[in-house]
Design a protein around this ligand. Structure first.
Ligand SMILES: NC(=O)c1ccc[n+]([C@@H]2O[C@H](COP(=O)([O-])OP(=O)(O)OC[C@H]3O[C@@H](n4cnc5c(N)ncnc54)[C@H](O)[C@@H]3O)[C@@H](O)[C@H]2O)c1
Length: 368
């Protein structure tokens, strides 16, 4: 079977790993063309991969040999670029967050449904071996009934390393919209959808100074909360807490822990694909590491669109779906809304838990 031809729009920082994986790790897809508002970025990326055509966005979308678009623009570009792709009759997989607002997210899903095309969205790290192994343990009842979960993403922002970090402090950025999708997508994969949330949020530093090389010394005005503490009630009855922050210099808090009626599960960093997965069942004296037993163990960014291509061919639902990303977007807005309004917010959206990856560690080649 010929690999599905993908068009990449947005050839910045994160596009490197996508190109590598889509061109050489996941055998069912390949990058056929790429585009960027800054053509030199598209040219630079394409130069690494012979055969990848560089063209303007409109020309890329007009090429009907390319059924699937991967949208790696910054958050403000997610909605307009995805809508253009859908209008051209293409399936589209985007970086996170799905869109900036709930209204845009809903319009995108509606437009795609009307056009008969699919929407997929990052993150796809939950298809990695770490989260998939945790999923298997929970589904097999190893920790009993999940009672609660706690999750922490605490750091001091991205202006120390990202060459163009402004978007992290504008609408669509902040620790919740930037990093929350990894945590919330993992939690929804593990525990199912959420029915209500509450939370508190603040901007601790109204201005930040870039210390990465290109823009060293430039100041960035902070438009979005940078420390958010949220509480969520899962439809299953489990209670989760999530703290995301760009205001913390150091912390020893775990990434995610799930507490069950029979024991506790230490979930690896959901911003990665690997382990370690650790377990401690009631009565055991210490934590023990569990071998990874499902999902992709390496840096597998691009596994989402690869799964989407496979799902389109097989006529099955894809895992990193627009519905899942919309539920996550809804939760992130609801944490901010709850803080502003001083109350719980009921969550109107829901989604299915995505299907688990096939058993066994995945090597990038889909079973025939
Ligand atoms: N950098 C990371 O480590 C990282 C990791 C995971 C996810 N992401 C996500 O990936 C996305 C991109 O991040 P990045 O770090 O690569 O940003 P970046 O600024 O390095 O690159 C984005 C590129 O998109 C292009 N672009 C923006 N709007 C466009 C449009 N309308 N049409 C065509 N091109 C357009 C820009 O010119 C730029 O080259 C963001 O949503 C980010 O949250 C980034």
């Amino acid at each position: 079977m010929q690999p599905m031809r993908i068009g990449v729009i947005g050839c910045g920082n994160i596009s490197g790993i996508y190109f590598k994986n889509l061109c050489s790790v996941f055998g069912n897809v390949t990058v056929a063309a790429c585009a960027d508002l800054d053509a030199s970025r598209a040219q630079a990326r394409a130069a690494e991969y012979p055969g990848v055509r560089v063209c303007p966005v409109a020309a890329l979308l007009a090429d009907d040999t390319i059924p699937l678009i991967v949208n790696l623009t910054t958050p403000k570009g997610h909605y307009p670029v995805a809508m253009q792709a859908v209008a051209a009759g293409r399936h589209v997989y985007g970086e996170k967050p799905l869109t900036l607002t709930r209204a845009e997210g809903q319009k995108l899903l509606d437009a795609a449904a009307r056009a008969g095309v699919r929407v997929g969205n990052a993150p796809d790290t939950f298809l990695g071996a770490g989260i998939q192994t945790c999923r298997r343990l929970i589904d097999e009842g190893v920790i009993g009934e999940p009672v609660a979960a706690q999750a922490f993403m605490l750091c001091h922002g991205h202006e120390s390393w990202h060459p163009d970090p402004e978007f992290y402090y504008q609408t669509g950025g902040g620790p919740l919209f930037d990093m929350g999708p990894y945590y919330l997508t993992a939690l929804v994969t593990l525990l199912g959808p959420v029915r209500r949330v509450t939370g508190s949020a603040r901007i601790s530093f109204p201005e930040r100074t870039i210390t990465s090389e290109k823009k060293r010394g430039q100041r960035v005005r902070v438009e979005v909360p940078t420390h958010i503490a949220g509480v969520m009630d899962f439809a299953s009855g489990a209670i989760g807490t999530l703290t995301t922050s760009f205001d913390v210099w150091s912390s020893e808090a775990p990434c995610i822990e799930i507490f069950g009626s029979e024991g506790s599960l230490s979930v690896p960093d959901p911003n990665g694909f690997g382990g370690p997965v650790r377990l401690r069942i009631k009565g055991e004296k210490d934590w023990r590491e569990v071998p990874l037993s499902a999902g992709f163990p390496g840096n597998g960014r691009g596994l989402g669109p690869s799964d989407m291509a496979e799902a389109i061919r097989a006529g099955r639902p894809h895992r990193a779906s627009g519905e899942l990303a919309y539920h996550v977007l809804d939760l992130m807005h609801a944490f901010h809304d709850a803080s502003a309004m001083g109350r719980h917010v009921m969550i109107e959206s829901t989604c299915e838990r995505p299907a688990p990856m096939p058993p066994g560690v995945f090597d990038g080649r889909w079973p025939a």
